[in-house]
Design a protein around this ligand. Structure first.
Ligand code: SF4
Ligand code: SF4
Length: 375
């Protein structure tokens, strides 16, 4: 019934059932750690380059002109979502933050293929949350979870935030207003504004970040599970992914280890196929399952298993191919000149973004008026 992969099969008597122990476990964390660390290092590198770029702007161009890393646009998800919508409406990649557009498309493609894997394989915030969760496990000796009556409504917060952004962008803004916003001074230097948000962080923001870190230390993945609208979007897309965790109930010995290690508290030990917006394809469950041919990540269309190595390679390759396509097609760098950046730097304080339905309505009217004047 069981097929040995490596040496001599080890048959162990488990309560109720004999089973053949797997000999290829505990590899996933290693693969994920390597991919997560490389991606986090890339983010640190981009952040450092961008720091020197802002310092150059602050010096009014008196120092050596450094390179502005286009990858920083990956940290502008709202602007990138607007660019994507603009692309659907017009077929044009808006030139303000084209790298952000490609990064978003790459992340969406990764989610369609490998579920919400961006969260557990690439996202630096997910990486930090996981490390905090590991510390929490050591401190408390078990995984703490909000009680069910609080967990369910809290999980809907990220969807409400996502709904707010979708409503504001896709329903409140006219195509003209969308284009006007993408080309507005605020959006052009949104990356520099973001830099100052963190470099000159207010006491309130610092307290909020501190509380979130503390909550993530107590409750694993607090930010990701309850508050991240990006994760909410990827969670919805992940439901369309053909690749899922599948359990073979015939072989399963009901040890419950898979459910115990699941960072998303999914009852893997009771499911035949895991269909959940919370599954991040971290493969922790697959990794700990002690029985051969029992818990696998596979396509719902085929019989072939997708090994952790294939997921690691797949996630990285899809990301590199799509962002690389942006680079080789000449669409990676924006068209804002250094002189324009220096000009905007002087006016930075005066730039603000629309903050509600009223201001978006003003933007729509202004865009219409300007369009009529041009005609
Ligand atoms: S079901 Fe498995 S792959 Fe999905 S989040 Fe839980 S442990 Fe990770
Ligand atoms: S699928 Fe889960 S419950 Fe079943 S044997 Fe594997 S780890 Fe144990």
């Amino acid at each position: 019934m069981f097929r040995a992969i490596n040496e001599k099969p080890v048959i162990i008597k488990a309560p109720g059932k004999p089973y053949k122990r797997r000999t290829d476990r505990n590899k996933v964390r290693k693969y994920r750690f390597i991919v997560q660390s490389l991606f986090a290092a890339l983010c640190v590198w981009i952040g450092t380059e961008f720091y020197f770029f802002v310092k150059y702007l602050e010096s009014s161009g008196m120092t050596y002109s450094p390179y502005r890393p286009p990858g920083v646009e990956g940290f502008l998800p709202i602007s990138s979502l607007m660019s994507l919508y603009h692309f659907f409406l017009s077929g044009e990649i808006h030139p303000a933050h084209p790298a952000g557009f490609f990064i978003l498309v790459a992340i969406l493609a990764v989610s369609l293929l490998f579920g919400k894997s961006f969260c557990s394989w690439l996202c630096p915030i997910g990486f930090l949350s996981e490390m905090l969760g590991d510390i929490s496990d050591k401190i408390f000796g078990r995984r703490l979870k909000l009680p069910r009556f609080a967990d369910y409504p809290m999980r809907s917060i990220k969807y409400l935030l996502l709904a707010f952004f979708v409503w504001s962008i896709f329903f409140l803004m006219t195509p003209l207003a969308l284009k006007a916003f993408l080309g507005s001074p605020y959006n052009l230097v949104a990356d520099v504004k973001m830099y100052y948000f963190f470099a000159e962080i207010s006491r309130t923001a610092l307290v909020i970040i501190g509380v979130l870190l503390l909550l993530s230390l107590i409750f694993r993945n607090f930010w990701c599970r309850y508050l991240c609208p990006y994760g909410a979007l990827l969670g919805i897309l992940s439901l369309l992914s053909p690749n899922k965790i599948k359990r073979n109930p015939t072989n399963c010995i009901d040890c419950g280890r898979c459910a115990k290690v699941c960072p998303s508290f999914i009852g893997v030990d009771r499911a035949k196929t895991v269909v959940s917006d919370e599954c991040t394809a971290c493969l922790n469950c697959v990794d700990v399952c002690p029985v051969e041919n029992t818990l696998k990540y596979k396509s719902v269309f085929g019989r072939r298993n997708i090994s952790p190595k294939m997921v690691a390679l797949g996630v990285v390759l899809v990301f590199i191919l799509i962002t690389g396509w942006g680079m080789v097609s000449g669409n990676w760098r924006n068209n804002i000149t250094t002189d324009e950046y220096l000009h905007h730097q002087k006016l930075l304080e005066s730039y603000g973004h629309p903050t509600g339905a009223g201001e978006i309505s003003d933007l729509n009217q202004k865009a219409n008026r300007e369009n009529n004047n041009i005609k």
